[in-house]
Design a protein around this ligand. Structure first.
Ligand code: DGY
Length: 322
């Protein structure tokens, strides 16, 4: 039987590309650039499976005229860049990579919190620019996160992993909002108080960390009104998706001192980042690094291949989302 034809839209870790080559005719996007919806639509007509990432947009038109029974093996857990309804209607099967990037992303949420609270980005910029004049008692005074209230919006895997680190490592108090009650066994050992709405979490917290999916009704869920609930001493951390925050409102709130600071790993319309944001000292900005460690990126790729293997051998997919 002919080997399935697979297209990767980006370069993947070498070990995963080697494993793919054992069972598939894999075509790599050697230029390692995002592919346009038109290119991906064309690829779905030619290849048996296409493996996109968060940097590729797959709106409904991608699926028009695609032969039934194709597969999309998404390299990443978030799938808001894929129109899943259109995929289902076209009978394109979609998988993702949950779980393996939880710890890394939670680590990065804590990194952003610490960088922001301890003014680490400001300090590094100052030193590299040759502006550091030496130790003094009043220099770059930040705040300790220990003992502060952390508000988690979205208590899924990554929200819980972030809460555990903050509580066990830094003695933070945890409040959270999650639409449904998280299963008791998954909350075991975590001393976290569930509040009845997002607003209550924003009001109660010193630092708010977002862990909800992007797209749909979550778009701009953190708007100007909600930013003002976090307040001038409060900080917002976003390692989820850029579009869950109204970016223009965020910039205005930071500029006018209505929000204390923001630590961001994701942006609405990334990789474009508004110039105004890049000029703000009270913002820590990272280039979507949540899952960017060697072991995690390899594990994500291996999970995509597990799903491809299941699909092409007629088994149930371990991580099917459509
Ligand atoms: C994901 O998996 O959704 C990340 O944002 C990309 O690593």
């Amino acid at each position: 039987m002919a080997r399935p034809q697979i297209l990767l839209t980006r370069r993947w870790p070498a070990a995963v590309e080697r494993r793919l080559a054992e069972s598939y005719d894999a075509t790599l996007n050697a230029e390692d650039r995002p592919m346009s919806p038109t290119e991906i639509g064309a690829a779905l007509r030619t290849f048996d499976a296409v493996c996109p990432t968060v940097s590729d947009a797959l709106p409904a038109e991608v699926f028009a005229g695609v032969p039934r029974g194709r597969m999309l093996g998404n390299y990443g857990v978030g799938v808001n860049h894929i129109d899943l309804d259109a995929a289902r209607a076209a009978e394109v099967v979609v998988s993702n990579t949950p779980g393996c990037l939880t710890d890394c992303t939670a680590d990065l949420a804590l990194t952003l919190m610490l960088m922001l609270a301890r003014r680490a980005g400001e300090g590094e910029r100052e030193l590299r620019a040759g502006r550091w004049t030496g130790w003094r008692p009043t220099h770059l005074i930040g705040t300790r996160i220990g003992g502060r209230v952390l508000g988690i919006v979205g208590m899924g895997r990554i929200g819980r992993a972030t809460a555990r680190r903050a509580e066990a490592g830094f003695g933070m108090k945890i409040v959270y909002y999650n639409r449904s009650l998280p299963p008791a066994e998954e909350m075991a050992g975590l001393d976290a108080t569930r509040l009845d709405c997002i607003d209550a979490v924003l009001e109660a917290a010193d630092i708010v960390s977002l862990h909800i999916p992007g797209g749909g009704s979550n778009r701009h869920v953190i708007d100007a009104r909600r930013l003002s609930l976090i307040g001038p001493a409060g900080m917002l951390i976003n390692t989820a998706r850029g579009d869950v925050v109204d970016q223009a409102a965020l910039i205005a709130a930071l500029a006018e001192g209505r929000l204390g600071g923001a630590g961001l790993d994701v942006y609405d319309g990334e990789p474009s980042v508004p110039a105004a944001l890049t000029l703000m000292e009270n913002a820590v900005l990272l280039p979507h690094l949540g899952s960017a460690t060697d072991r995690t990126r390899e594990a994500m790729g291996m999970m995509v291949v597990d799903n491809l293997d299941a699909f092409f051998s007629g088994r149930d997919l371990p991580n099917r989302v459509a």
